[in-house]
Design a protein around this ligand. Structure first.
Ligand SMILES: [Zn+2]
Length: 125
C-alpha cells in the first residue's frame, strides 16, 4: 500500500472524469452534462436501462461517472417525466430499470434535430 489517495488510483488521463472533485474537470462536467443526459435518454428509448449498465455504456464513450453522479441524473430525468422506472427482479437481486416515457421520446426527437444542426456547424469547413 502506498500513500496514493483512492481517487487517484483509477485515474485515466484519456477518460473524462465527470464525478471527481478535481477542479480541472469542472468545466468538462459543465459542458458534457447535457450530452450525458441525451445519451441516457437515447438508450432508454431503445430498451430498458439500469444504472450500472449505463455507467459501462458511458465509459465506453469515454465518460467516467460514479454511481453517485449517475443516479441523481437518472432521478432528475425521471422527475422531469422523461424517464420512468420500475423495480425488476434479476436473479436474487432487485434492480431499478428505466425507460423513456412518451414525452421523453418527444424531447429526444427535438433534441436530435438540434444536435444535428450543431453537428453540422461544428464539422463544417
Ligand atoms: Zn451509447
Amino acid at each position: 500500500m502506498t500513500g496514493t489517495p483512492d481517487c487517484r488510483m483509477h485515474y485515466n488521463r484519456n477518460a473524462i472524469t465527470v464525478s471527481d472533485m478535481d477542479s480541472s474537470n469542472d468545466s468538462q462536467q459543465y459542458l458534457y452534462s447535457g450530452l450525458i443526459r441525451l445519451h441516457i435518454l437515447h438508450h432508454a428509448s431503445k430498451e430498458p436501462i439500469f444504472g450500472l449498465g449505463m455507467i459501462e455504456e458511458l465509459a465506453r464513450h469515454g465518460y467516467r461517472l460514479s454511481p453517485g453522479t449517475l443516479y441523481p441524473i437518472m432521478h432528475g430525468l425521471e422527475k422531469k417525466g422523461l424517464l420512468r422506472s420500475k423495480e425488476q427482479r434479476v436473479g436474487g437481486k432487485i434492480r431499478r430499470v428505466y425507460s423513456a416515457t412518451p414525452s421523453g421520446r418527444k424531447a429526444l426527437d427535438s433534441a436530435k434535430e438540434r444536435v444535428r444542426e450543431l453537428f453540422g456547424e461544428l464539422f463544417e469547413d
